[in-house]
Design a protein around this ligand. Structure first.
Ligand SMILES: Cc1cc2nc3c(=O)[nH]c(=O)nc-3n(C[C@H](O)[C@H](O)[C@H](O)COP(=O)(O)OP(=O)(O)OC[C@H]3O[C@@H](n4cnc5c(N)ncnc54)[C@H](O)[C@@H]3O)c2cc1C
Length: 398
């Protein structure tokens, strides 16, 4: 099979790259080892900066109908509100956060790609890629275990944290694993907090984050110690209930746990966002804690920029110059996000009594200063890092 771009990975980053290429009329193949949207509990928060990108690709409208809108994150200790992050005040035509499971976001992206006449090749696991003159030869196994080869002028690695493409092009992603992990649980709950807000509740026992989901459910994120980087087991209902009691919600009662998982947390950034005519996007290029909910959002923005960059190359622009611009813009964005999430992790997960007292006072003071609240909202909303504001080329329509 011969094509202009071979995109490896049909997670959010690969799907957005493919939709952008399809809209611009650039020939491509999209390969994925899996079969359809993610089923595990992953991303939930879609920020204004990603909604702007998804809107341009005609995906935001459908997604907004599927999720819950929240305009404020509230930081509270033992029921006392200390600080509000006013996401409703960010300068965007989407002045809020959309809470929608990543499975739904991916399903909408699959549907949009199908409308544009394309389907990912599912069950196609890439095992290697090598440069052969002015082409890449990408090899792997199809769903029947038979070998396949794709020849492409450009290669996109959107194949997640353990990227085969990143290894094949010789780029490293040095990362640090935190000794705090997260438990994630999607639950039904009685007597919980205000469902109109997302709640961040640091305590001396660790962090509790609660976000309202569609149909009255809640997503809970609970920090736990994981010395040695051991992935915690998915929590039971009793365990989740115990964490709520301990961390400031004694009256809330968990009635059902629908999905739960233990998640190890890393942070790091690839040595470069590509090499030659290959480029990396999403978790293949940067990894950070889900605190702030910016992983998928940043990957979606990378992907839009990359699709627009490849479209300019397809129309005749010099590939080396255009891809160098992509790598510079998106590494810059990723550095900001990785540094910010690392600061949040340190702030919210330190759990000695002394640190907790200091942190509570710091939040209370920061909560009194509107400029600090607005700055945090701007950072989290991802709006300053959208391709339109970082000098990326616009995405043409075929
Ligand atoms: C508990 C949790 C909560 C999170 N919350 C948020 C949030 O609220 N907001 C947010 O923005 N982010 C969040 N994230 C992060 C988010 O889930 C990831 O950043 C996002 O999924 C990355 O997208 P991606 O497309 O880069 O990679 P992935 O989603 O990992 O997709 C990679 C794709 O590549 C395919 N693949 C892998 N290897 C191969 C191969 N060799 N050949 C072919 N295909 C291959 C896989 O099948 C997969 O489909 C959260 C993550 C977790 C774990």
């Amino acid at each position: 099979m011969n094509t202009f771009v071979c995109v490896v990975g049909a997670g959010p980053a690969g799907l957005v790259t493919a939709i952008g290429l399809a809209r611009a009329g650039v020939p491509f193949v999209l390969l994925d080892a899996g079969h359809g949207p993610v089923t595990e509990s992953r991303g939930l928060v879609v920020h204004a900066g990603a909604l702007e990108v998804l809107d341009e690709l005609d995906v935001a409208g459908d997604l907004l109908r599927e999720g819950t809108l929240v305009r404020d994150f509230r930081i509270a200790v033992r029921g006392r509100a200390l600080m509000r992050i006013p996401l409703g005040e960010v300068p965007s035509r989407f002045p809020y956060v959309l809470l929608v499971p990543q499975a739904t976001t991916e399903a909408e992206l699959y549907a949009r790609l199908a409308e544009l006449g394309h389907t990912p090749l599912s069950g196609h696991r890439v095992t290697g890629a090598r440069q052969d003159g002015d082409h890449y030869e990408i090899t792997g196994e199809d769903p029947g275990g038979r070998p396949f080869t794709v020849r492409a002028r450009h290669l996109v690695g959107a194949d997640g944290l353990h990227s085969t493409v990143r290894d094949a092009i010789g780029v490293g992603l040095p990362r640090h694993t935190y000794d705090t992990a997260f438990l994630s649980a999607d639950v039904d709950m009685r007597d919980g907090p205000d469902p109109g807000l997302a709640h961040i509740m640091p305590s001396r026992h660790g962090l509790l984050f609660l976000a309202p989901l569609p149909r009255g459910r809640w997503r809970l994120i609970i920090s736990v110690r994981s010395p040695g980087g051991r992935r915690p087991d998915p929590p039971s209902r009793a365990e989740v209930q115990g964490h709520l009691r301990q961390r400031g919600l004694p009256r809330a009662t968990i009635t059902t746990v629908h999905k739960s998982a233990g998640v190890l947390l890393h942070h790091g950034i690839a040595d470069d966002f590509g090499r030659g005519r290959a480029a990396l996007a999403g978790d293949a290029a940067h990894v950070h804690s889900p605190a702030g909910g910016m992983g998928m959002n940043t990957g979606i923005q990378d992907a839009h920029d990359l699709a627009a960059t490849l479209a300019t190359i397809h129309r005749g622009e010099d590939a080396a110059t255009a891809l160098a611009g992509y790598r510079r813009r998106r590494m810059d964005a990723a550095r900001q996000v990785v540094a910010f999430t690392d600061r949040i992790m340190r702030l919210v997960t330190l759990d000695t009594v002394a640190v907790h007292v200091l942190r509570t006072s710091a939040f209370a003071l920061a909560g009194l200063v509107p400029a600090i609240r607005r700055r945090v909202a701007l950072m989290v909303s991802c709006t300053t890092r959208t391709p339109a504001r970082t000098g990326a080329p616009g995405l043409p329509s075929a």
